[in-house]
Design a protein around this ligand. Structure first.
Ligand code: PMP
Ligand code: GLN
Length: 389
């Protein structure tokens, strides 16, 4: 094994989905919907295949999809001025987008600032390029803070002369935090001071619960020329298996990403790109219904978790709920989640895997439940928690 992979085990998502299957558990672990995306979008994919959109797309992506990505950014987030020819690269999911941003911008020995808990591929990808991650923990809501928050001095202390990139994720997996404009302005000020670029992972951009509002970091003036916006079709269209993602960035930064992308996958599935263009052009009502559907699922699971005696933090966005499992007599979150999947019949994710070794303890009193599941599955999971916990 090469050193860059020797320390990596199987991802927690694969591990717990396999355990859920083996034990017949309700799978509220891995974040994928157990229902299908919109019929019109699936029809657009079938049509593209029938119409012969089946050979390599241009490496930056089908032009029509790049145009749709630019229009969508302006329509929903006030992100105007996206040039589809010089500012967009289509990738195999947000996952490839994240890797290509890091490959394109970060050298060995550079530093990347990450908020914890983090989506697990960030840390692994920073390791792939021989860079060093500097971690800043998000803190749960408490008497003084209504939402997840960070200590500004801790963020300042994480920035230094080798810092190249800050990775943001809003709405945030797994906490459901939505970064406010004020927080983004603070972070932008630090990035400007240290000449740091920002990777903004916005895959949950359409899953938001009022009063929180999605502020796209690229639209905050101090961040505009230094932000690479990453998103994908997976969550917004309940099509996580399609793996169509993209990066939007000012031309010099997009050029860095495109240089990497052309030698990572070169291009991604053409007919699914064509259908994603149709998906992004759906009427506003589609996107409103998506958020309304997830609001109802969120509240259903929050109520059920409370009835089962689990303290939960209500997310402002994304489709995850973090619960507090401290004081329930388990050694840590992994022990709790293993017990849950094997004995209670419900799969959840232990969040300590989204922390650095030095901060792992911060995740050990929590468990993450995904609510992108049908009502029948959510209700059965709650029933089992009430009986088995
Ligand atoms: N970023 C975050 C925060 C995620 O939760 C996920 C996975 N759901 C991804 C990126 C990966 O997205 P994709 O499936 O488009 O590669
Ligand atoms: N993003 C999904 C989650 O957080 C899973 C993605 C994956 O399986 N790699 O659950």
């Amino acid at each position: 094994l090469a050193g860059r992979v020797a320390h990596l085990g199987t991802t927690v998502f694969s591990e717990f989905s396999a355990l859920a299957l083996k034990h017949g558990a309700m799978n509220l672990g891995q974040g994928f919907p157990d229902f299908d995306g919109p019929e019109a979008v699936k029809e657009a994919a079938r049509k593209a295949i029938t119409d012969g959109v089946n050979q390599y797309a241009p490496s930056p992506g089908l032009r029509d999809l790049r145009v749709a990505i630019a229009e969508h950014g302006a329509r929903f987030h006030g992100h105007t001025g996206i040039d589809p020819d010089t500012m967009v690269t289509v990738t195999s999911g947000a996952t490839e987008a994240i890797l290509c941003v890091i490959l394109g911008l970060v050298d060995p020995g550079d530093e990347v600032v990450l908020f914890e808990p983090f989506y697990d591929s960030y840390d692994a990808n920073v390791g792939f390029v021989g860079a060093k991650a500097r971690y800043v923990p998000l803190r749960p809501p408490d008497g003084a803070h209504a939402t997840w928050w960070f200590d500004r001095d801790e963020v300042r202390a994480a920035f230094g002369p080798r810092t190249r990139l800050l990775i943001l994720n809003t709405p945030h997996n797994p906490t459901g935090k939505v970064f406010t404009r004020e927080e983004l302005e603070f972070l932008g000020g630090l990035c400007a001071e240290h000449d740091v670029k920002v990777l903004s992972d916005e895959v949950y951009e359409h899953i938001l619960f009022g009063p929180a509002r999605h502020v796209r970091p690229a639209t905050v003036p101090v961040l505009a020329d230094r932000t690479l916006t990453v998103s994908s079709a997976g969550k917004s269209f309940s099509l996580t298996g399609w793996k169509i993602g993209w990066v939007i960035a000012p031309p010099p930064l997009r050029d860095a990403v495109q240089r990497a992308h052309q030698f990572v996958t070169f291009a991604t599935a053409s007919p699914l790109q064509a259908a994603t263009a149709a998906a992004l052009r759906q009427p506003d009502a589609y996107f409103q219904e998506l958020s309304a559907m997830y609001l109802s699922k969120r509240d259903r699971l929050l109520t059920g978790l409370a009835e089962a005696g689990l303290k939960a933090y209500a997310p402002e966005g994304s489709y995850f709920i973090i619960t507090d499992i401290s004081g329930r007599g388990f050694a840590d979150d992994v022990a709790f989640c293993r017990h849950l999947v094997t004995e209670v019949g419900v799969a959840a994710i232990p969040p300590s895997v989204f922390y650095s070794p030095e901060h792992k303890h911060l995740g050990q009193g929590m468990a993450r439940f995904a609510f992108c599941k049908t009502e029948a599955v959510l209700d059965e999971a709650v029933r089992r928690l009430k009986v088995g916990l």
